[in-house]
Design a protein around this ligand. Structure first.
Ligand code: PLA
Length: 467
C-alpha cells in the first residue's frame, strides 16, 4: 500500500524571459518588461490559470508523479489534424489540413532540383561542423537577394541584418524575442484571422498583440476599411504583421493600390511593418511577383522586419530553413541588430542546421539549377490553380441553390477559405472524412483533380444541411 506524504510545490517564478528582463534591468541596460503595458499576465499567459502555477500543497501517494499538476495540452489546430487523419481507416479520407504540397497522386513531393543538389553535396563530402550563430553566409546572401532583388539599394548599402532561422516559425520567434527585449512598450498588430501559430509565437515571447480587421465574411473578401481604421487607431510605433503574399488562412491579399495606402498609413503612424513571407514564388509561381509587397515598402526607405521560409517553395518542410531580415536605415544599425539577433539565438538553439541552407545556396547560386527550381515552382503553383478551378467548376455544376462560389477563384495561394463554420467543418471530417482546420480552411495543395467532385459534394452538403 502506498504511504501518504505532504508535498509542497512552488512554481510561481517568472518566465525565463521575464527573469532575463529583470536581470538586465538591474544592469541598467533595459527597462522592465511589464511596466505600463496594457496586457495582464492572465490574458497573455496560456498557463496562468492552470493548476500548476502558484504555490500548491497537496497530499499525494509516493508513486504519484510530480507532473500530476500538468494538464493535457490540446492538440495543435493545424498539425493535430494530420494526427487525426492518420488514425482514420476510411479509403475516402482526404487531408486538407496542413499546407503541404502533394502530387496529383496525393503523395509528398521532393523537388528534382533538391535531389540533384543533395547528390552534389554528398559527392563533395562536405563536413558537418557547426555553422556560425547567424547561419551559412552563402545562404544569408542569397536569401536577402531573393527577397529584395539583388540590385536593391538596401542590399548594396548593407542595410539588411539577415540571420538564418529555423524556418519561418523560428525566424518569427527570433524577431518576437527582439521586440520583447528592445521594444518593451510596443505591441504587434495581427490580422483577424491569421495563421494560428502567430498568436502562440507572440504569447510565448511575451509580446502583447491585438487584432486588426482583415476578412469580411459578408463579401468573403478583404475588409480594407476596417483594416485601415484599426491600424490607424493603434498606438504609434506598433509592429504591423503583414502576410507578404497568399494570406493564410484567407487567400485574400490587398491589391497594389491598397498596399500603397497601407504603406502610407504605416509611415504616417511611425509603425514598423513586419512581413511574414512563407510563400514566395509559391503563390503566383514568380519569386519577384510574390515579393512585390515587401519591395514596395523597402523602396520607401522604411525600416522593416521580414521572416522567410523555404518550407513550401522549395519543399524543405522538415529541414527547417528560413531567415529573419531586418531592414535598417543605416549599415551601422543593421550590424548592431544582427549582433543582437545572434545573441538571442545562441542560448535558444546555438546555431542553425546546415543542410537546408546548403541546398538553398547551391540551387540559387547555379543559374541552371535556379531556372529548374523556378520551373518546378511554377509547376506546383500551376497544379494548385488547376484544382482550384476544378473545385469551383464542380461546386457550380452540382450546387443548384444559386450560391455564388466565385470567391474561391479570387483567393490565391495554397489555401481556400471556404466560409464553412466550425460545425460545418466538423461535418466535413466526421461524415465525409475530409480533414481540415475548424476555421473552414482547406489546403488545395493536398487536393487532386480526381477528388474535386467528391470534395464539392462534401462542401455542398455541409454548407446547406448543417447550420
Ligand atoms: N507563416 C505562415 C503564414 C505560415 O502559413 C506558415 C506555415 C509559417 C509561417 C511557418 O512555416 P515554417 O515554419 O515551416 O517555415 N503554415 C502551415 C504549416 C503550412 C504550419 O501550420 O506549421 C499551415 O498549414 O498553415
Amino acid at each position: 500500500m502506498a504511504s501518504l506524504l505532504s508535498v509542497s510545490l512552488t512554481s510561481a517564478s517568472p518566465s525565463p524571459s521575464a527573469s532575463l528582463s529583470t536581470q538586465e534591468s538591474h544592469k541598467g541596460k533595459l527597462k522592465l518588461r511589464n511596466s505600463g503595458l496594457s496586457f495582464t499576465n492572465e490574458k497573455i499567459n496560456p498557463f496562468a490559470n492552470e493548476k500548476s502555477s502558484g504555490r500548491i500543497s497537496m497530499v499525494a501517494a509516493v508513486n504519484a508523479s510530480r507532473f500530476d499538476g500538468i494538464a493535457m495540452a490540446p492538440p495543435d489546430p493545424i498539425l493535430g489534424v494530420s494526427e487525426a487523419f492518420k488514425a482514420d481507416t476510411s479509403e475516402l479520407k482526404l487531408n486538407l489540413g496542413v499546407g503541404a504540397y502533394r502530387t496529383e497522386e496525393l503523395q509528398p513531393y521532393v523537388l528534382n532540383v533538391v535531389k540533384k543538389v543533395e547528390n552534389l553535396m554528398l559527392e563533395r563530402g562536405e563536413n558537418k561542423e557547426y555553422l556560425p550563430i547567424e547561419g551559412l553566409a552563402a545562404f544569408n546572401k542569397v536569401t536577402a537577394e531573393l527577397l529584395f532583388g539583388a540590385d536593391n539599394p538596401v542590399i548594396k548599402e548593407q542595410k539588411v541584418a539577415t540571420v538564418q532561422g529555423l524556418s519561418g516559425t523560428g525566424s518569427l520567434r527570433l524577431a518576437a524575442a527582439l521586440i520583447e527585449r528592445y521594444f518593451p512598450e510596443a505591441k504587434v498588430l495581427i490580422s483577424s484571422p491569421t495563421w494560428g501559430n502567430h498568436k502562440n509565437i507572440f504569447n510565448d515571447a511575451r509580446v502583447p498583440w491585438s487584432e486588426y480587421r482583415y476578412y469580411d465574411p459578408k463579401t468573403v473578401g478583404l475588409d480594407f476599411e476596417g483594416m485601415i481604421a484599426d491600424i490607424k487607431a493603434a498606438p504609434e510605433g506598433s509592429f504591423v504583421l503583414l502576410h507578404g503574399c497568399a494570406h493564410n488562412p484567407t487567400g485574400i491579399d490587398p491589391i497594389p493600390e491598397q498596399w500603397e495606402k497601407i504603406a502610407d498609413l504605416i509611415q504616417e503612424k511611425n509603425h514598423i511593418p513586419f512581413f511574414d513571407v512563407a510563400y514566395q514564388g509559391f503563390a503566383s509561381g514568380s519569386l519577384d511577383a510574390d515579393a512585390a509587397s515587401v519591395r514596395l515598402f523597402a523602396a520607401r526607405g522604411m525600416e522593416l522586419f521580414v521572416a522567410q521560409s523555404y518550407s513550401k517553395n522549395l519543399g524543405l518542410y522538415s529541414e527547417r530553413i528560413g531567415a529573419m531580415n531586418v531592414v535598417c536605415t543605416s549599415a551601422g544599425a543593421a550590424a548592431r541588430v544582427k549582433s543582437q539577433l545572434k545573441r538571442i539565438a545562441r542560448p535558444m538553439y546555438s546555431n542553425p542546421p546546415i543542410h537546408g541552407a546548403r541546398i538553398v545556396a547551391n540551387v540559387v547560386g547555379d543559374p541552371a539549377l535556379f531556372n529548374e527550381w523556378k520551373a518546378e515552382m511554377e509547376m506546383m503553383a500551376g497544379r494548385i490553380k488547376n484544382v482550384r478551378q476544378k473545385l469551383y467548376d464542380s461546386l457550380c455544376a452540382k450546387d443548384k441553390s444559386g450560391k455564388d462560389w466565385s470567391f474561391i477563384l479570387e483567393q490565391i495561394g495554397m489555401f481556400s477559405f471556404t466560409g464553412l463554420n466550425q460545425t460545418q467543418s466538423e461535418n466535413m471530417t466526421n461524415k465525409w472524412h475530409v480533414y481540415m482546420t475548424k476555421d473552414g480552411r482547406i489546403s488545395l495543395a493536398g487536393l487532386s483533380l480526381a477528388k474535386c467532385e467528391y470534395l464539392a459534394d462534401a462542401i455542398i452538403d455541409s454548407f446547406h444541411n448543417v447550420s
